[in-house]
Design a protein around this ligand. Structure first.
Ligand SMILES: *[C@@H]1O[C@H](CO)[C@@H](O)[C@H](O)[C@H]1NC(C)=O
Ligand SMILES: *[C@@H]1O[C@H](CO)[C@@H](O)[C@H](O)[C@H]1NC(C)=O
Length: 475
């Protein structure tokens, strides 16, 4: 059941800092209606019950207001985990067409978006957009051709892996395999430790808006927040309003949702201030369902992140835009995350017929005018590598059986969990780098690994995650 990928260590060795080398294209076609600025806000692991308009105990006044004034998407589907969802957003193709249907891309895996498929930002750039990404990538980085700046974004500021620490930007893939994962374009962005990522990313988004002339070129901004993924470490000020909530994990999780709300408030404020708002489309979407073990909730939907139950794949989303024809509506049109590609390229006046094999539909008439969705069905996944073995199968030795049931259990429980949850070893390593949690974790840990602790103590998270310049394994 293991993905047949060769693991390469890309963490610790290379130190080349790459200069950004980019050839911007600017194919403006005069005489067309002005394409809208597109702001796509993607949250991580926010569940169906984790927003004020579904659950008043979560305080999201900004999100509630934007949704109420726009179109709330109530029959919208995503993939159950990070990498697959994100790959579908950026390619408009089902994951069976990208090879990313098995799980997330782990930091050591030499995998990324396939080189033969175009991406949404590439098509938007071709249509004259300035394209920026802030936040979590999680679509591979083992060679330069995989990076956001080589996949259509003019600029990138954020993390390349999943499960990054919100303050230290440390990211681990097992004991001793840690790195500092905050990048600006193709270089390591040192010196931001200590600043909570939701605040840091929002600040960067505002700076992009401030520095861009909305009259000159349309803008595509993908703000891919790390929140509300684990670890549950929001700044204290956001936790206080939830102090009466009994479940501590839920309280911290709710506080993180509030940071997202504030982020969106700040971004929309900047959109108005700098002259984008009147010609903008704001899309808000989660990447997958929530993990109830760590404070999230998908109620009343069954299941959780990592499962194909509704709780894993039915996503929160809304569109807010002065350009919507019929506003203040709830849409029950069947929509899927792959639909954003042709929909946004269509809004941009671009040409999605140039992208062969798209699985998405242009759903703008469904969203804006309440027309019927062109979509009849969704292919959630086909994964030939996932073959759970029935326990107790004839002929299996006890040992094999144990292994099989472990692997099957892993396929169902841990693979999704591995995505966005830290593995035990990650927890261990990260805890060692974070003194406040040290004692607790050491108590749980019967066999502390001295070696990795020593390595971390001498250089806690000072090793940048690096891009392998020489690819040894093709994507
Ligand atoms: C940029 O693109 C133009 C036109 O395609 C090409 O002539 C030029 O050599 C490119 N420059 C770089 C630095 O790649
Ligand atoms: C929003 O802006 C205010 C005022 O500048 C700032 O204090 C706050 O930290 C910002 N919040 C986020 C989440 O960016």
């Amino acid at each position: 059941m293991q993905t047949p990928l060769i693991l390469l260590s890309v963490f610790c060795c290379l130190s080349a800092q790459s200069k950004r080398n980019q050839n911007r294209t600017n194919h403006e076609e005069p005489g067309r209606r002005k394409p809208p600025h597109i702001i796509f806000i993607l949250t991580d692991d926010q569940g169906f019950n984790d927003i004020g308009y579904h659950n008043p105990s979560i305080r999201t006044p900004t999100l509630d207001k934007l949704a109420a004034e726009g179109v709330t998407l109530e029959n919208y589907y995503v993939q159950p985990i990070c990498t697959p969802s994100r790959s579908q957003l950026l390619t408009g193709r089902y994951q069976i067409h990208t090879g990313l249907q098995h799980s997330i891309i782990r930091p050591r895996q030499p995998s990324c978006l396939p080189s033969h498929l175009d991406t949404l930002p590439e098509r938007l750039r071709e249509a004259g957009y300035s394209t920026h990404m802030v936040g979590k990538w999680h679509l591979g980085f083992y060679r330069k051709a995989c990076l956001p700046t080589r996949k259509g974004f003019d600029s990138f500021f954020g993390s390349l892996t999943g499960s990054v620490d919100y303050y230290s930007y440390g990211s681990c893939d097992g004991p001793g395999l840690c790195g500092y994962d905050l990048h600006e374009d193709e270089a390591v962005a040192w010196g931001h430790e200590g600043k909570y990522s939701t605040l840091l990313f929002t600040q960067r988004a505002r700076k992009i808006l401030q520095n861009h002339d909305p009259a000159e070129r349309p803008l595509f901004l993908l703000l891919s927040l790390q929140a509300v993924h684990t670890p549950l470490t929001p700044p204290k000020a956001y936790i206080y309003p939830y102090h009466t909530m009994a479940n501590v994990a839920r309280r911290k999780y709710a506080a993180m949702v509030s940071t997202v709300d504030e982020s969106v408030r700040n971004v929309t404020y900047a959109l108005r201030k700098y002259g984008f708002y009147k010609n903008s489309v704001i899309i808000f979407s989660t990447d997958n369902g929530a993990q109830p073990f760590t404070g999230g909730s998908n109620w009343p939907l069954r299941g959780r992140k990592g499962t194909y139950w509704e709780g894993g794949v039915r996503g929160l989303a809304f569109v807010h835009s002065p350009l919507l024809r019929r506003r203040r509506r709830v849409s029950r049109a069947l929509l899927h995350i792959t639909d954003w590609f042709p929909t946004l390229v269509g809004l941009a006046g671009g040409d999605s017929s140039k992208s062969p094999g798209l699985d998405g539909f242009d759903v703008w008439p469904a969203i804006s005018e309440g027309k019927e969705s062109p979509r009849q069905e969704i292919l959630h996944n086909i994964n030939p590598l996932h073959k759970p073995t029935a326990p107790g199968a004839k002929g299996a030795s006890e040992e094999e059986e144990k292994e099989d049931s472990q692997t099957a259990a892993e396929a169902e429980v841990c693979i999704p969990a591995k995505d966005c949850e830290e593995t035990e070893s990650q927890k261990e390593t990260q805890a060692k780098a974070r003194p406040e949690t040290k004692t607790r974790i050491q108590d749980q840990n019967q066999s502390p690994r001295r070696e990795s602790t020593a390595a971390l103590q001498t250089a806690p998270h000072r090793v940048p995650l690096q891009v392998q310049t020489q690819a040894r394994v093709p994507v």
